[in-house]
Design a protein around this ligand. Structure first.
Ligand code: CA2
Length: 161
């Protein structure tokens, strides 16, 4: 059987990782983050589709396209976390487990970063653990998918009994 596909989606300016503001975001590039996710996914028996966009509309389209294609979404919505009701609506509509990741601890930063619309649609949130948060999110996602599959097996057995 093909490994479950997890979309790992990244929002605006994350393409700049490793090139500016290393004191905030570290020195790893987005390519390094992708490599880290690929390694974690391999270990966990998951497949990933890793993407970044600076466009809100494109990010929303990618979320919509996950329906029927992916089993879960790991997303760092970057600045759109704090502004985008439309992204929140797309994540609520897609009906998949969602883990929101932030490299920095948004709660220790400026007030306007403390609220995330995306968190309303997220199953879980990881913030402040650097790029390692992406690997933790994939690990948590693998655990959730296993639990969902086990619950489905149980209900199928109940139906058969
Ligand atoms: O901590 C995070 O991962 C954030 O999602 C990063 C966003 C920020 O708007 C959120 O509040 C928290 C910013 C992404 C921009 O990343 C840059 C990386 C290097 C240089 C400049 C920007």
């Amino acid at each position: 059987m093909a490994p479950p596909l997890i979309a790992v989606l990244n929002g605006p300016n994350l393409n700049l990782l490793g090139t500016r503001e290393p004191e905030k975001y570290g020195t790893a590039t987005l390519d390094d983050v992708e490599a880290l996710c690929a390694e974690a996914a391999e270990e966990l028996g998951l497949a990933i589709d890793f993407r970044q966009t600076n466009s809100e509309g494109e990010l929303i389209t990618w979320v919509q396209e996950c329906r029927g294609r992916a089993e879960g979404i790991v997303i760092n919505p970057a600045g759109y976390s704090h502004t985008s009701v439309a992204l929140m609506d797309a994540l609520l509509a897609v009906g998949l487990p969602v883990i929101e990741v932030h490299i920095t601890n948004i709660h220790r930063r400026e007030e306007f970063r403390h609220h995330s619309y995306v968190s309303r649609a997220a199953t879980g949130v990881i913030a402040g653990l650097g790029i390692g948060g992406y690997a933790l999110a994939l690990r948590a996602m693998a655990g959730m998918l296993e639990a969902l599959a086990a619950a489905e097996d149980d209900s199928t057995q109940d139906e058969d009994a």
